[in-house]
Design a binder for this molecule. Structure first.
Ligand code: COA
Length: 210
């Protein structure tokens, strides 16, 4: 087994390439974030990390992703896929699980640079990790969540077959916001006409499905 078994993992969709993050790619991701992720009057994330970007030029964002990679463990992992179109980083699609071998559940989260939004990429990258989870890891349930007013994220979930699964209150900017929890069972997944291609999973499949 390689010292970093995720190193060569690649997911490919018709327009996108997803690879676990590396430092060069993260620097590109920081530039994408600095150019803008969402309307500054709104906060779509649990942790208001985008509010801090102008203060530190993305250093704490970088440290967050390093932290996620550093804490990667068989029974509690998050893969932060950098999403590229024509070789250029446009955003990130995360997938994670705890006790996957028992629960067969994954969680996902994502964002794209503002200038890349609204072109179907968010849907395509979510499908990529859903097919990865259901078809290649034998997951049974995928979960997500979005602020009630996040129409794009909620729409992506709903068109892929997720159902509402309650709400949770969060306060990223010190005021209560309601987030909707979303749940997709494998059998309810509304599939596209294409299949994601997955390369070099053999090197890490045992680690993430144990
Ligand atoms: C959420 C996000 C990843 C979605 O990616 P995207 O590429 O913009 O999404 P897509 O183009 O694939 O699909 C968006 C869907 O929402 C719809 N939509 C977008 N804005 C909408 C609005 N204000 N009201 C209703 N529907 C809306 C689009 O029409 C599209 O649906 P359709 O395919 O049926 O037409 C992206 O918008 C993003 O990064 N947003 C900022 C960060 C964020 O909110 N991350 C998620 C936190 S939970």
């Amino acid at each position: 087994m390689s010292a970093w078994p995720l190193r060569n993992l690649v997911l490919r969709t018709p327009r996108l390439e997803l690879r676990p993050d590396d430092d060069e790619g993260l620097y590109e991701l920081v530039d994408v974030a600095l150019a803008g992720v969402h309307d500054p009057s709104e906060m779509p994330f649990y942790v208001p990390w985008t509010d801090n970007l102008p203060n530190d030029n993305g250093m704490s964002m970088l440290q967050h992703y390093w932290g996620t990679r550093a804490k990667f463990a068989a029974k509690d992992w998050v893969i932060n896929f950098l999403v590229r179109r024509d070789g250029e980083v446009i955003g990130t699609q995360q997938i994670g699980a705890r006790d996957f071998g028992v629960l067969r559940e994954v969680n996902t989260g994502s964002w794209l640079g503002q200038s890349f939004q609204g072109n179907g990429f968010g849907t395509e990258m979510r499908i990529a990790v859903l097919q990865f989870a259901f078809d290649h890891l034998a997951a049974r349930i995928a979960r997500s969540a979005a602020w009630l007013g996040n129409h794009a994220s909620t729409r992506v979930s709903e068109k892929l077959g997720y159902v509402h699964d309650g709400t949770v209150g969060v306060a990223p900017r010190g005021e209560r916001l309601e987030h909707v929890r979303l749940r997709l069972d494998a059998a309810d997944f509304v599939r596209p006409e294409w299949d994601v291609s997955v390369e070099n999973l053999a090197e890490c499949v045992q680690l993430i499905t144990s």
